[in-house]
Every structure is written in C-alpha cells, then in structure tokens.
Write a new protein. Sequence first.
Length: 101
Amino acid sequence: MTNKTVKTAKDKKPQPAATPRPQVVHKKFQGVVVSDKMKKTLVVRVERVKLHPKYHKRYVVSRNYKVHDESGLYHIGDRVSFVECRPLSKEKRWRVVKNNR
C-alpha cells in the first residue's frame, strides 16, 4: 500500500496580511513665475543659495520648472508653491498648490 497525502485547507500555510503601501513624499518648491504664455502651463524659476566647497562663497543657482496651472490664475511675477505629481507631458511633472503673495 502506498501512502498518499491529500492537501486540505488545513495543510495550507497562512498567507501574510497585505501590507499597506508606503506613503509617497512629494517634493515641494516655491518660486517666481517667469512665463505664462502657454495654455495651462507656467514657467517658474526657483532660486537657491549654494556654498562653494573651497572658497566658502555663497552664490545663487536657479532652475526653471514647467508647472501645471489648470485655472490660469497666475501671471508673471507671482510667487507660487508647487509640488511633484505624475508626468503630465514630456517636461511637466509639477502642479501649482497655492499663491504666496
């Protein structure tokens, strides 16, 4: 006689509980609108101060970001805050949060 083992529901190992997804921390920046000529898109310049490693002099580095503005409320010279979001186009991965007058 051969011993055959039949797997029943009792023999199955318990499955681990589904783990929650980790929260995503979005990058936040604020800058000045330098262009509002595109539809639903702003160009925002963000300036930050860097320190030279050898000479210890502070200097300003700036970068332009294309930011999504669904409402069209912001114009050149406005100070805005924006956060990272899913890619909306080739260069646009940011959306406006609020105006910082």
